[in-house]
Structure formats: structure tokens, C-alpha cells
Design a protein around this ligand. Structure first.
Ligand SMILES: [Zn+2]
Length: 300
């Protein structure tokens, strides 16, 4: 008997589960079916570019979700010093494991989410070239009292002077957008302690700077299923300035997220296919040439 390839076996065994045992598939409710049909009528090909392989999510489940829904699946994992892909060997193993062809011969796009701001100087260029996209957010800035990168979403984050912090945060946003990334996730994110100041801190002038940099560098702006950011004002401004959008879910387990926020954005912005990005890999910066050796000092 010919042995079946392992991925096909995994897909077959997952697809034989009963519906209630498949939380990684979208529930086929009326509103989901209608919203998806409306998006198709507009010619929109939707892809989720923010599917983490964590919390029970797997390549096989992402592939089956794509097959059943028609919404594309692209998978990724975090690359950085204190993250699952903490070095190039782990990155290689991740790409090897997730770029395998599916039983239908296709493969899902494979990316990474980058968390250190010097990631592009540390990544092996040979592994970088094998990726389909790079996703980054702006949610780590500064250091904690212990000297660790400060994760802005944690509940103990406090900010004494929001206006002063915002200036540093805007500069951080622009710096991230200058990295060779494909997608900016969660644009205009704010930590919970100052989220209520959103409209005051994210002035139109600041939003314009972020959007202009994304447009200039060909970085797609994410519309994330489970996030309060970005707000409609940013989305409308971004569309008017020619930005392109990518969809994401940012899962923590294998349960499919409610995509209502995607469909609300599609309706609000009247998105057309040309407004959606097909995220591509940017080029790594060329390493600066080594400085010439110092000339010996002339004795005098
Ligand atoms: Zn993520």
C-alpha cells in the first residue's frame, strides 16, 4: 500500500471531525455568509495575513479553513529575541515545516512577525528570501525597570505625560515603517492606559505622517478582526491617501475570530480590489561597506 503524505493524513483526519469539534472554521451563520457573498460580488479576494501558529493553530487547520471558506490563509510566527523564533535555526525549521505543499499542490503564504527593531540586521538573508511577507506592529517601545522591551499592551504600563510619550511613539511608528516590512499590524494602537485619549493624541497631522510613510514604502495597513484600532477616521484618511489594506485576525488559539470588523471596514470604505494589498517581501537593506583602514599616522 502506498503511504499517504503526512500533511494529507493530517488534513483528512481533521476534516473528518464533526462541525462542533472544528472551532478553527468560520461558523457559517447568515450574516457571515451574506457579508462574504457581498465581498465576492465586489471582486474582493480576502486573505487573513495574521494567523499565528500557536495555541493549537496549525498549518493543516489554516489550510482547511481556507478550503472551506474561500478566505485565504497566510501563516506566521514571531521572530525576535524573546519570541518563539529566537534565532535563524528556529526560523529555518518554521519555514521548512510551513512551506510544504498542501495535498492540492498549493502552499500557504508564510511570514514572520518581527519584534526587535534590529531584526533585519540579524535575520539570515537566505531565510528572509524564503518568506512571503513580514508583519510588524508598534506595540513594543522602550524598556521596563528590569531592562526588558516594554510590551505596551500589558496592564501595568503607565504613561505620565501622554503628549510627550506620543511624540516618541510617532517617531517609533515612522521608524517601524522604514523597516523592510510588508504589513503594519494594528495601526494607531495605543496602550490601554491612554486609549481614551485616542482622538487627542492621534491628530490628523500625525495620522497623515504614518499613512504617507506606509504609502511611500509600500507597506499595507492592517484591518484586524479583534482590535479597536485603527478607527474609522484613520481608515478613511488612509484610503483617500492611496494606502492599501490587508486583513488579519491575530489569533491566540485555534478558534476562528468573528470577522465583523473586516466587513464593517469593507462597507465603510467601499473597498475595491485595488484598495487591497498583495503583501510582498521588501528588500533587505544593503550592509554598509566596511570603513577603509586608518592610514598610519605620520611621525613628526
Ligand atoms: Zn500577531
Amino acid at each position: 500500500m502506498r503511504l499517504l503524505p503526512p500533511l494529507l493524513v493530517a488534513c483528512l483526519s481533521i476534516s473528518m471531525l464533526r462541525a462542533e469539534e472544528q472551532p478553527f472554521l468560520y461558523p457559517q451563520g447568515d450574516s457571515f455568509t451574506r457579508d462574504l457573498a457581498d465581498a465576492r460580488l465586489k471582486g474582493l479576494a480576502l486573505t487573513d495575513y495574521h494567523i499565528h501558529i500557536r495555541g493549537g493553530m496549525t498549518l493543516e487547520k489554516a489550510a482547511l479553513r481556507q478550503e472551506r471558506s474561500g478566505i485565504g490563509s497566510a501563516v506566521l510566527e514571531n521572530f525576535g529575541r524573546e519570541w518563539p523564533l529566537s534565532d535563524n535555526a528556529k526560523l529555518k525549521d518554521f519555514i521548512d515545516a510551513h512551506s510544504r505543499p498542501l495535498p492540492n499542490g498549493q502552499r500557504l503564504p508564510v511570514g514572520i512577525q518581527v519584534n526587535d527593531r534590529d531584526w533585519f540586521t540579524r535575520i539570515d538573508p537566505a531565510q528572509f528570501k524564503r518568506l512571503d511577507f513580514i508583519l510588524a506592529d508598534t506595540m513594543i517601545l522602550g524598556v521596563t525597570a528590569e531592562g526588558k522591551p516594554r510590551r505596551l499592551w500589558l496592564p501595568d504600563v503607565t504613561i505620565a505625560d501622554p503628549e510627550a510619550w506620543m511624540l516618541a511613539y510617532l517617531a517609533h511608528n515612522l521608524r517601524v515603517l522604514d523597516e523592510p516590512i510588508s504589513i503594519l499590524a494594528n495601526p494607531t494602537y495605543l496602550p490601554p492606559c491612554i486609549a481614551h485619549l485616542h482622538d487627542q493624541l492621534w491628530t490628523e497631522a500625525r495620522m497623515r505622517q504614518v499613512i504617507a510613510k506606509a504609502v511611500a514604502n509600500g507597506v499595507a495597513l492592517e484591518i484586524q478582526a479583534g482590535s479597536d484600532f485603527p478607527k474609522p477616521a484613520f481608515l478613511k484618511l488612509a484610503k483617500s491617501m492611496g494606502a492599501r489594506f490587508a486583513f488579519g485576525s491575530n489569533n491566540f488559539d485555534d478558534t476562528a475570530k468573528d470577522l465583523a470588523r473586516w466587513f464593517q471596514a469593507i462597507a465603510l470604505l467601499d473597498l475595491k480590489p485595488a484598495n487591497l494589498a498583495t503583501p510582498k517581501l521588501a528588500a533587505l537593506p544593503v550592509a554598509a561597506p566596511a570603513p577603509p583602514p586608518l592610514a598610519p599616522c605620520a611621525a613628526d
